[in-house]
Design a protein around this ligand. Structure first.
Ligand code: 13P
Ligand code: SF4
Length: 351
């Protein structure tokens, strides 16, 4: 910790550290700003004077920061193995194949592609090229509204759960309006008629952390803790969200807990580092993790204190390590899709 402090002090205003809420305590204590992926994208774009943006989060977030910052600014990811299994579930070649399937069904022209922030830069660029947009869990409703004002259908990737939860619980669609496109099946496993009838074409992807919460865990916690409020992230499965009391992004979860009545009881379904931190910071509340068998996000957890110290000390000594760069063409189109998102009003929650 002393070495991290020294390196940070030596770099001064040249350095800005962003920390996602799922980061370890040992890392988050050094962040200049903490946030969900939407807030961090905005914060990165608002720091034109920082020479180095050290991103304590995962690869797709650092790519977005590079896209939204000036060419001379350098974005650093302390461990290059900090990827995201959900982002890996949608590859550019698969998405291009899906677009051809939609074209063959005669619906590509009326479909707006929407990618969750949790996707690689080339997928965001695909959306930018096809008049689509990026969304995060805190603005998915506003983004879907925007998209459905411009087209008749949305191809939503990579998280089927965020897409379904937003469409059904916030946009008034039914489950029958949604179909699931499986990139590992011929034509996505869908007929042309199914694609023509659907409003939401959901990519078959999920978060390997949030996707593991079960609706049985909601029943179990309600039986165990009478009066408990169940608060979950919209990356959770639809059955889990249906049984919960409140749903929202990590930033929404934090605000909800900050405003909670003293003595109230909460079961939270999101990443464990955040739930533990909330429980520590709010001893006046009874906070429990929703499911006993869900682990930390393995890739978020890769950013640990040794990796952060290594990156900061190298920067302080003039060695730029683990820089994340997006090539200019990808950046151009991805920025268009990101900027459309940043220009929209945000905040979603359901109660
Ligand atoms: P938010 O930060 O947008 O809530 O997303 C959660 C997440 O899974 C980030 O990887
Ligand atoms: Fe990816 Fe899920 Fe980890 Fe977020 S929590 S980085 S979506 S695997």
């Amino acid at each position: 910790m002393e070495r991290a402090r020294r390196a940070k002090a030596a770099l001064g205003d040249r350095l800005f550290i962003l920390g996602h809420h799922y980061q370890r305590d040992e890392v988050i204590q050094f962040a200049d700003v903490t946030g969900d992926s939407f807030k961090l994208a905005r914060e990165a774009a608002a720091r034109p004077n920082a020479e180095f943006i050290v991103f304590c989060g995962v690869h797709f977030m650092a790519e977005s920061a590079d896209i939204l910052t000036a060419p001379e600014q350098k974005v650093i990811l302390p461990d290059l193995a900090a990827g995201c299994s959900m982002a890996d579930m949608a590859r550019l070649a698969q998405v291009e194949d899906a677009w051809d399937v939609l074209a063959d069904a005669g619906v590509a022209d009326v479909t707006v592609p929407v990618t969750y922030m949790n996707s690689s830069a080339d997928i965001k660029a695909f959306c930018g090229k096809h008049d689509g947009v990026v969304c995060t869990s805190s603005n998915a409703k506003a983004v879907l509204k925007w998209a459905l004002n411009r087209g008749e259908k949305v191809l939503f990737f990579p998280d089927q759960h965020l897409g379904r939860n937003t469409a059904v619980l916030q946009m008034g669609m039914s489950l029958d309006d949604c179909v699931v496109y499986d990139p590992h099946k011929y034509n996505g496993g869908l007929t042309a008629e199914e694609l023509q009838a659907a409003t939401m074409i959901l990519w078959k992807g999920h978060c390997s952390v949030h996707g593991r919460f079960t609706h049985e865990a909601v029943d179990e916690v309600r039986a165990r803790i009478p009066g408990v409020n169940v608060l979950v992230h919209p990356e959770c499965q639809h059955e889990v969200v249906l049984k919960s009391d409140l749903i929202g992004s990590t930033e929404f979860i934090i605000k909800t807990i900050q405003q909670a009545e003293p003595g109230s009881k909460w079961a939270i379904g999101t990443e464990l580092n955040l739930v533990k931190r909330l429980a520590n910071d709010h001893p006046d509340l009874e906070i429990t993790f929703l499911e006993q068998h869900v682990c930390y996000c393995a890739t978020m957890n890769r950013i640990d204190l040794p990796h952060l110290v290594w990156a900061l000390e190298n920067l302080a000594q003039g060695h730029v390590v683990n820089q994340i760069t997006v090539d200019p063409e990808t950046e151009h189109y991805a920025k268009a899709a990101l900027q459309r998102m940043l220009d929209l009003p945000g905040e979603t929650a359901r109660d």
